[in-house]
Ligand binder design. Sequence first.
Ligand code: IMP
Length: 195
Amino acid sequence: MNKLKLVFATNNQNKLKEVQAMLTNFEIVSLADINCFEEIPETAKTLEGNAKIKANFITQKYGLNCFADDTGLEVKALNNEPGVYSARYAGKENNAENNMKKLLHELGENSNRTAQFRTSIALNVEGKQYIFEGICKGTILEEKKGDSGFGYDPIFLPAGYNKSFAEMDLNEKGEISHRGKAIHKLVTFLNEYTW
Ligand code: IMP
């Protein structure tokens, strides 16, 4: 059976693998696969806004069906920061290590460690746009645990679990994660969509 081709507007191999594992009925290709090596500016102030910018860029420039996601970690005691700025939280020297260090520093010994990951997905298909959202609630650990995954995974403890995202394998994380939930909504939609 010919699989339907959809561009996932990302260069993040971890995210690509996670999503390909959840969307096996589709041929999910990355930006590199369509020879798009430009930096797509994420200038919106909301996750949904950035997801739309990325999906629209690809659809307008390449004329392809496409979806894009944007994720943020919202920490209650920090007024929902870093949120839309999660990737750039540590400023110029931003990387996963420095971003986590800054977050743990900002939170200090605050006993309110409530947080959530939120993913917005914008899907452009046949001239229409659809938005999907997924949330994973949890808390911020006092120190890193585990070494799988990426980003803030080692310091995020999903609610109801006693291990961090970085102590889970891809499938386990995908079942409960923000992106997993948003992707499930996308999959349900695509499976019911008449092409
Ligand atoms: P993006 O919008 O998916 O590129 O993510 C923005 C920021 O959130 C990046 O710094 C990522 O490292 C972080 N992030 C996104 N998804 C996850 C996740 O599943 N676990 C941990 N960090 C994530």
